[in-house]
Design a binder for this molecule. Structure first.
Ligand code: SF4
Length: 566
């Protein structure tokens, strides 16, 4: 790969190229006690190490008036391929959340853990302890392949087990090779070639932007495979994994008021065998490394490469690099994007319990002890935990004899799904947004419970409390909680104001359409009420809300995300 033309390269490209394989001056910045921040250029590089610099936006104005620097702290994301971790690992992360972060642990929509509120002097001990638990944070953020997602019930079938193992192999093959992470955070030895070591996939400037991969196991599209840059959809024959349909070019991010940016669903482009999957992933990422737009970060995601150059070009390019063409795609069918709550039995006779975590936030607040509840479960359960793509967690591999006491603990701490008043609440997702995300324009996680409560009042009156409807709220158009495929999506526009999107596919197969722009809660509820009332009266048996809106032509006049695509 030749280095991009310097004249046209955006600032982040220069920072990456000059960083000596992601070192920059991070180590010096950590030693500087005069500030709680690190150098601006290094904030781009720490993302590759799984670390975002943030500040408490609730305090920003007050500190500005007092001429204090912002209340800086860091978000640390732990990479967990397929979301699988052990009980000892859970307990280690729980300890870190209490001792080094803000006393909460957040489960992300990419099956990773996040710590929030880690101050600078605690960063290194936190990363060291994470690695001590045999987990890491490298490539959890940054212009590289992120945490590889995988349908989270590997023990439910041989198929799940095989697909999770392939997800782990893809993750391993696509992890950056730089030793910067070990030098900076783990006191690794500085070798003579430090800063010039070989990065066989990424080269000196890594990717133009982040890259996301998910592996789905039909009939569940819980990983939202069409929103991934690269997706694998497992195909089974006689109960065994025959291979994967491959999707390319999905992505959620957009920018308000810039029609050249848009969410896009991935296209199914062919089929590969299990043995080919890792090579397919490697070469697709390499295509984006070489062909992605490095002159404009808003146009640098793989979805724009695919949209601009076309699927025919992509198929030929991939075949040339692989040395073979993908086979024609095979039949598959999805039934939904949500989790299967409650108990389910695995192949080995063990049981799995899917618990509900609102917005993925495990915290102890008056009357709600979700963090402690999960700690209690990890202490009594020696097996594994699986994070789901819907911000929930599965207690995996429970013996029949332990079911009752596991459920009793989960119920005592309010983690059981049947303790929730509605299916809408079970299906709802939100991103973090305020107060920590620098990009948030409106509340998301802190607002979701209020919004759901108000909708539940209306759903109860309409007899719709048990109707699963997907609701996703984000604080900005970046779309971290995948709002553009939800049946009801709210995307932050300003304080208390959102763009309202409706009609996404229940299985994640269709983008929604924008019904209201810059609306407040009163306007949003007023728009939703008649649509929900019509749904209650006129829906067909088994018809989902998004499908109903389309069939009954309730969205004509709205502007579809897909309309903005060229
Ligand atoms: Fe932040 Fe926007 Fe992502 Fe929400 S969607 S976490 S506000 S970047």
């Amino acid at each position: 790969m030749s280095p991009p033309e310097q004249s046209a390269v955006v600032e982040v490209e220069r920072i990456k190229a000059a960083s000596r394989r992601l070192r920059g001056t991070i180590a010096d910045g950590l030693r500087d006690e005069a500030t709680g921040a690190i150098a601006d250029a290094d904030t781009q590089l720490t993302k590759f190490h799984g670390i975002y610099q943030q500040d408490d936006r609730d305090l920003r104005n007050e500190r500005q008036q007092q001429r204090l620097e912002p209340a800086h702290s860091f978000m640390v994301r732990v990479r967990v391929p397929g979301g699988v971790c052990s009980a000892p690992q859970w307990l280690a992360l729980d300890r870190l959340a209490r001792e080094h972060a803000n006393g909460t642990l957040r489960l992300t929509t990419r099956q990773a853990f996040q710590f929030h509120g880690v101050i600078k002097r605690r960063l290194k001990p936190t990363i060291t302890a994470i690695n001590g638990a045999l987990l890491d944070t490298i490539a959890a953020c940054g212009d590289v392949n992120r945490n590889v997602m995988s349908s989270p019930n590997p023990q439910l079938s041989a198929l799940h087990q095989e697909t999770w193992q392939i997800a782990c192999r893809i993750s391993e093959r696509l992890t950056p090779r730089t030793r910067a992470y070990h030098e900076i955070w783990l006191d690794g030895e500085r070798l003579p070639d430090s800063g010039a070591e070989d990065e066989p996939l990424y080269g000196p400037t890594y990717l133009p932007r982040k890259f996301k991969i998910g592996v789905a196991v039909p009939p569940w599209n819980d990983v939202d495979v069409y929103t991934q840059d690269l997706g694998f959809i497992a195909v089974s024959e006689q109960g065994r994994l025959a291979g994967f349909n491959v999707t390319v070019g999905g992505g959620m991010g957009a920018t308000h008021g810039e029609p050249d940016t848009y969410p896009r669903l991935g296209d199914v482009v062919g089929f590969c065998t299990p043995a080919q999957a890792v090579d397919v992933a490697w070469h697709v990422v390499a295509i984006q490394r070489d062909c992605g737009d490095r002159t404009n970060r808003k146009h640098a995601r793989f979805k724009y490469t695919i949209a601009d150059r076309g699927l025919e070009w992509f198929g030929a390019e991939l075949a040339a690099r692989l040395g073979f063409a993908l086979q024609p795609a095979r039949e598959f069918r999805f039934l939904g994007v949500g989790d299967r709550y409650g108990w389910s039995k695995g192949l080995d006779g063990r049981w799995h319990l899917t618990l509900h975590v609102p917005s993925g936030r495990l915290a102890d607040t008056p009357g709600h002890t979700l963090l402690s509840g999960m700690r209690d479960l990890a202490q009594m359960h020696g097996g594994r935990f699986r994070l789901t793509p819907n911000q929930n967690v599965i207690v995996a591999g429970v013996r029949e004899a332990d079911k009752r006491r596991i459920e009793a603990v989960a119920r005592r701490h309010g983690l059981m799904h049947d303790q929730l008043p509605s299916a809408l609440r079970r299906e709802a997702l939100s991103c973090v947004a305020l107060p920590t995300c620098a990009l948030a324009m409106a509340e998301a996680e802190r607002y979701l419970p209020e919004l759901v409560g108000r909708l539940e009042t209306r759903l109860a009156a309409l007899g719709l409390l048990d109707e699963p409807i997907t609701l996703r709220v984000t604080g900005c158009p970046n779309g971290c909680a995948r709002p553009y495929v939800a049946e009801i999506g709210l995307v932050g526009k300003g304080p208390g104001r959102y763009n309202l999107f409706l009609g996404g596919g229940f299985s994640g197969e269709r983008l929604n359409r924008m019904l209201l722009e810059n609306a407040d809660e009163t306007e949003i509820l007023a728009a939703l009420e008649p649509l929900l009332a019509a749904y209650a009266l006129e829906r067909l048996s088994g018809e989902h809300f998004g499908d109903f809106l389309h069939r009954s032509d309730r969205l004509s006049g709205s502007s579809g995300a897909e309309r903005r695509q060229p």
